[in-house]
Design a protein around this ligand. Sequence first.
Ligand code: HEM
Ligand code: HEM
Length: 565
Amino acid sequence: MDLTVSVLLATFITSVLALFVFIASMAKGLFDSGGAAAVQIFDEDELGTVEDPAATRAQRGSLQQAMDPSHARTQRSAQEVATRLRADQSSSLVVGVCLTMAVVWLVLASVAGLVASIKLHAPDWWVSQAWLTFGRIRPIHLNLVAYGWCSMAGIGVALWLIPRLLKTELVGAKYALVGGALWALGVAAGTVALALGYSDGLEWLEYPWQIDILLVIGGALVGFPLWLTLLRRRVAHLYVSVWYIGAGLLWFPVLFLVANWPALHFGVQQATMNWWFGHNVLGLWFTPLALAASYYFIPKVLGKPIYSYNLSLLGFWSLAFFYSQVGGHHLIGGPVPSWLITISIVQSMMMVVPVVAVAINQHFTVLGNFRALLYSPTLRFIVLGAMFYTAASVQGSLQALRSVNTVTHFTHYTVAHAHLGLYGFYTMVMFGSIYFIMPRVMKWEWPYPWMISAHFWLVLSGFAVYFIGLSFGGWYQGLAMLNKDIPFMNSMTLTLPYLQARSVGGALMTLGHLVFAAHFFMMGWKFGPKRLGAALLKTPFASGAYATAAAPQPGLSTQTRGGEA
Ligand code: HEM
Ligand code: HEM
């Protein structure tokens, strides 16, 4: 056994031992803060009370009825309301800027994705311009979704959550503002570079390394306020979302720097490093940000703490222990040492531990309260996203098995899984979070609830067509490629109807994104009716009783929008 194998094996054994030590220390009660930490995100008297950014008091009544009719809202202290308003205000500029840029990237990325999709079944379409060829438009799409939409939205949501979770004002917002600007500059420059044909040639790492410097510095700067704000925190426990955000903001610059360092890796080592980064960026950057958001918003909107706080910590630490070595499963069958692949497959199976921990926690928190999804846009998007997280991860673990991967690798099935993870899970959670955050950033409600509904149904139906079509098409493609009696060309042509279906699904998703972006900018310009509420997805019918029972909130006039705090 050479040194590398020994080191990897030792890392794996350490991860497993660490998990047992962690479970043992939990059993001994060393993490006894569980109950107290779980209610950290609520103000005094807020437990048992539903919250939705866009609801008037009367509408919140209906949502409350759907949740727990016996619990009426009690008065919150003026001081608590004032602290939260100050926390929201301290982050509003930088969060507004990050989310606005994210939405712009989302639209551009979707159009690029749609163009790439059409080209796969109509290859002669738009070929006279080099920048519109598949080889350029595909990485433009991937990098725009990854570093434009997903990262910018995640950073915006994280920066908004930090002061809320630490119950203080955001310190050092200006660093994050400069960081966000550098990041956006990097994404813009990277997109132009790819369009002009300059690329580092490694998937997920295509931007030329000179441009990557902007993202490394930008990424480090946006993480800075977290550490400064932590020093001023007014909470005894760090809620699990803080762990996820802190880890994600720390992990990303390290991963990105190591993976992009020029002339450091060559040959097989370079391919291994490429996928070490490729999967870590998903599991140690995007996943923690979205899990942090869902661990905050699901209990917050429902007004009840998460099912098991200790389980959430187990989920966090087992993600940290097991994720970093799964990347090798992208190279199954490749010219890479088989022990490396085997370790990555074992780690992929071990991922069942954090995934089940998150799944039990999030689904059991919602259990019994599904009616609330009829009303709250935030809850609807995020609960759906949480379900897709479980689905993508279980699918991923199975897909990492050699027997399954032999069929799915090199096929559209992988692309379907990629969208289940980064779209079904991550993007849905971000949509839900933005619906909660923006009314507080803008001090203006979403003007047209029907646009939220249209956005939801367009993206959900489009994604269903995309995912189901491509999963079947990809699986048949894999079986055909493995069949020596079927000519290779046939394994390609049989996918055509599925690729066309993907374009239809992708067009619906893109339309949904346009509706979302239009609504977002209408709100930004305070266009449309000035609402005191009414951005719930369903018109409430049982509001009367609650409306009279609810007392006005101290510190807020009765004319204040329901979502302000
Ligand atoms: C336990 C969790 C997961 C495991 C074990 C897993 C496993 C896998 C495997 C085996 C592949 C295909 C490799 C190939 O044949 O080329 C893959 C691809 C992918 N997965 Fe997952 N997955 C998991 C969760 C997720 C999540 C949560 C996301 C999104 C946040 C995600 C996003 C992706 C993407 C984007 C790709 C395509 C990468 C590329 O080829 O560019 N996965 N995953
Ligand atoms: C926020 C929205 C989206 C996200 C996060 C996203 C994410 C991704 C990811 C991670 C990949 C790489 C997959 C892989 O290598 O296995 C990818 C590729 C792709 N996406 Fe998207 N996507 C989004 C929207 C769309 C839309 C609306 C379309 C329109 C049809 C689309 C079409 C494509 C195509 C055609 C590819 C290339 C597939 C291939 O090379 O075979 N995507 N996307």
